[in-house]
Design a protein around this ligand. Structure first.
Ligand code: PXL
Length: 272
């Protein structure tokens, strides 16, 4: 029998301004009707202009959070965002294996929208060698994809020619491309020989803080509902375009504001 509610676990950092990280993930899952559980890896102090400071949690408390929820509740999908250091990366790998977690979507958070570097070289090596191979889908933008995988929209054949080194699907997000009217995201899947292209209108807005977190948790939400990767990616991209478009009059702060995660709910519940 189909479950009435689906569950996503997000493992990510906290954003005090509420537009990215754990906060974006919980808002996204909730807006899409999925129950969100959250394991926090780091606390950032930030606003719409940038990150002021960051405190990494200990691997022990990350493991303790993970075990507490997983001993009780099995998520239908997992979204992984900020992994601030190699010890936490290793701890998350061990737990994924121990609990046999499935439908894992990783947003490789290297930098914030405002340019703050979140990930050091040693962490990136552990992510690449140990964490990414446990995922169903990784969602880098163009700079992340070239840094991590030496893949760009013009050389994606190296993905299809080297499937043994890419045991996961990749959504190469095109938002950093130079076409100011259209964005093309490329979904590279292990069981295909060419990419699936998602071309969509670029939404002209400065409220882009947390778009990566929001997209990856939307994909995890659709996977949790039982859709396949292609359908989940397609639905998440279309939903994010609406949340970006609806962000225009949802402006908080004077820097990069948030997307409007709750555009549907606001319309439904607006008090007269
Ligand atoms: O969007 C990347 C990101 C991920 N996680 C946290 C963040 C940000 C960007 O600001 O703050 C906690």
């Amino acid at each position: 029998m189909d479950k009435k509610y689906n569950v996503v676990l997000t493992i990510a950092g906290s954003d005090s301004s509420g537009g990215a990280g754990i906060q974006a993930d919980i808002k996204t899952c909730s807006a899409l009707g999925v129950y969100a559980m959250s394991v926090i890896t780091a606390v950032t102090a930030q606003n719409t202009h940038g990150v002021v400071s960051i405190e990494e949690l200990s691997p022990e408390i990350v493991i303790s959070q993970l075990k507490a929820v997983l001993d009780d509740i099995t998520p239908d999908a997992v979204k992984i965002g900020m992994i601030p250091n190699a010890s936490i990366a290793r701890a998350v790998c061990d737990i994924i294996k121990e609990y046999g977690l499935k439908n894992i979507v990783i947003d490789p958070v290297l930098k914030s929208t405002s340019g703050f570097e979140f990930s050091l070289k040693e962490t990136r090596e552990v992510l690449k060698s140990s964490l990414f191979p446990l995922a169903s889908l990784i969602t880098p933008n163009i700079p992340e994809s070239s840094q991590l995988f030496d893949l760009s929209p013009t050389n994606i054949t190296s993905y299809f020619d080297n499937k043994e080194i890419f045991p996961f699907d990749i959504l190469l997000k095109g938002g950093h491309g130079d076409d100011c009217n259209m964005v093309t995201d490329l979904l590279l899947m292990r069981n295909q020989n060419k990419p699936v292209c998602f071309s969509h209108q670029r939404v002209n807005t400065s409220n882009t803080h947390g778009t990566g977190c929001t997209l990856s948790s939307a994909i995890a939400s659709f996977l949790a509902m039982g859709f396949d990767i292609e359908k989940s990616v397609d639905s998440a991209i279309r939903w994010l375009s609406c949340a970006l478009a609806e962000g225009a009059d949802y402006s908080f702060g004077s820097g990069y504001g948030p997307v409007n995660h709750i555009f549907k709910q606001i319309k439904q519940w607006k008090l007269k």
